[in-house]
Design a protein around this ligand. Sequence first.
Ligand SMILES: [Fe+2]
Ligand SMILES: [Fe+2]
Length: 214
Amino acid sequence: MENCRTCEAVDYHEIIDCIVSALDARDSYTAGHSQRVSDMALVICDLIGLKEADKEKIHIAAHLHDIGKIGIPDAVLLKVGKLNNEEWETIKKHPKIGAEILSKSQHLSELKDIVLYHHERFDGKGYPVGLKGAMIPIGARIIAICDSIDAMLSNRCYRKAHDLQFCYQEIKKNLNIMYDPIVGKYVLEHWDIVTKQYQKNKVCENRAELKRCC
Ligand SMILES: [Fe+2]
Ligand SMILES: [Fe+2]
């Protein structure tokens, strides 16, 4: 039987773009966030000296880390303002939803654990399962730091973006608590390189983000 031409022509990166744009269509705030986290993760992978294959895997997982938010209701996902406890519990389901989505694809399922554990903490007090230390995949430990840096350096509806110095101190303070100390050491030692994209007056870049700043 002849192979399907469409299947042969499909490019892996094209599929990723397609999936990510489905989430962007729901919440354009996530678009900028995932891109920045992904760029930063790649820089950290280089600093640590990870193999090309691992770098590629972590880079793509970073693009997709919040894909599970596609399964979160609008009332919570698009809420302007702080979430209450119940809403917070709802949003905490996104790593599991994301991992379930990726498990449907033979290629992407190898990324599912990175996505599932990107909100775990080094001290075991994160979610969804409370995985600790080196039990957390290295990709998830890298994304966790990038995720926090981007959150701190972005405006929120309830606060303005923190400055780079504040962010640096928070990462330092939370080594061994929230973050992997080895990954964190690389980040802090190369702070200017890791946070390069935030140094040129990074402010709200898209309308959704602006809306959330009000
Ligand atoms: Fe997330
Ligand atoms: Fe995120």
